[in-house]
Design a protein around this ligand. Structure first.
Ligand code: DAH
Length: 343
């Protein structure tokens, strides 16, 4: 093959060259530009050709070589910017689905209850989960050694600055105290939060759960106001308008009551849920004890009010048919995903 033919063949080859991977770029580079490559041997031969051919091909050969070098470097940078398989990229494939998180069942219930009370002028208050004895017990009329403290098995937390331990709050009623200490009536708040009790864990009870507390203080607030407010809540939340108030006892309210909602006995599930009575126990409530108002710096001669507190887990379990309270805390993704539709 003459030198001219060899150059012609090289031009053709270079025009047709295609690479699919970075390895093929390297193979190409070695084949043409390597120390034993095509250009090397052509330049070697070039020395031997006639001066006429030198004139014809010298410039051409140099041009070809630098073109080939820039081709290799373009290919290389193209491959390093993209994943290896970029040339197999199928642009018609559907996009990657970015999964949205789901709202936790407790958050759904909490949000609904907040909305219901928000509509009648209640705002949200918060307090710490690690509380002092005063806010969790003493200010709420549970004096030290009072047997009512045994109603709530308490987790204690060592307090580095004092003899007196902190507690993990056993109820959200502690937030009532903080709100009353820091605000003047009228007060209308609800306080959602986590609470802790030293109880055995089973399908029906846990040592952590959630409550929502309510507090309304103003001049002339009566038991009838409480009943109306709770009736409104039952209608909005459960879609049921019949409630009953059973006498009960809490140290911080006088009188105290348990509120039940009439759920009905239409199905077998209703029987199970209401233990055959048709009534669902919903919350504790009562008129704030004047001693509590005074402890929190509110004039009990001038003001009165009501309070209520309810657990969220039981409502969530009923609403979403969750058979075991532990599922609420385990954060198993298969369980949490079920609540997608609620978003
Ligand atoms: N703190 C009570 C509990 O955890 C619930 C409760 C009852 C809260 C009556 C209240 C109330 O505000 O008035 O058992």
């Amino acid at each position: 093959m003459s030198f001219a033919e060899k150059v012609g063949e090289l031009i053709e080859e270079l025009e047709e060259a295609r690479v699919e991977t970075l390895e093929e770029v390297e193979e190409f580079r070695i084949k043409y530009l390597g120390s034993k490559g095509v250009f090397k041997s052509l330049f070697h031969e070039f020395k031997e050709v006639s001066s006429e051919e030198k004139r014809e091909f010298g410039k051409k050969l140099n041009e070809l070589k630098s073109k080939t070098e820039s081709l290799v470097s373009d290919w290389k940078s193209g491959f390093s910017e993209q994943p290896q398989e970029s040339s197999n990229l199928d642009l018609t494939r559907p996009g990657m689905l970015r999964e949205l998180g789901a709202e936790h069942p407790i958050s759904i219930i909490k949000r609904e209850i907040i909305d219901i009370f928000h509509a009648i002028g209640f705002s949200v208050a918060e307090g710490p989960e690690i509380e002092d004895d005063w806010h969790n017990f003493s200010a709420l009329n549970f004096p030290p050694e009072h047997p009512a403290r045994d109603m709530q098995d308490t987790f204690f937390v060592a307090n580095p600055n004092s003899e007196e331990d902190y507690v993990l709050r056993t109820h959200t009623s502690s937030v009532q105290v903080r709100v009353m200490e820091n605000n003047e009536p009228p007060i209308r708040v609800i306080a959602p939060g986590r609470v802790f009790r030293n109880e055995d864990i089973s399908a029906r009870s846990h040592c952590i759960f959630h409550q929502i507390e309510g507090l309304y203080i103003d001049e002339g607030v009566s038991f009838a106001d409480m009943k109306q407010t709770l009736e409104y809540f039952a209608k909005e939340f459960f879609g049921k308008s019949e409630i009953r108030l059973r006498p009960s006892y809490f140290p911080f309210t006088e009188p105290s009551a348990e509120m039940d909602v009439y759920w009905g006995l239409e199905s077998e599930v209703d029987y199970r849920m209401t233990k055959g009575t048709g009534w669902l126990e919903v919350m504790g409530c009562g008129m704030v004890d004047p001693a509590v108002l005074d402890s929190c710096g509110i004039d009990s001669e001038k003001y009165s009010g009501f309070a209520f507190g309810m657990g969220l887990e039981r409502s969530a379990m009923k609403r979403f048919r969750i058979p075991d309270i532990r599922m609420i805390f385990e954060n198993d993704a298969r369980f949490l995903k079920k609540f997608k539709s609620a978003l």
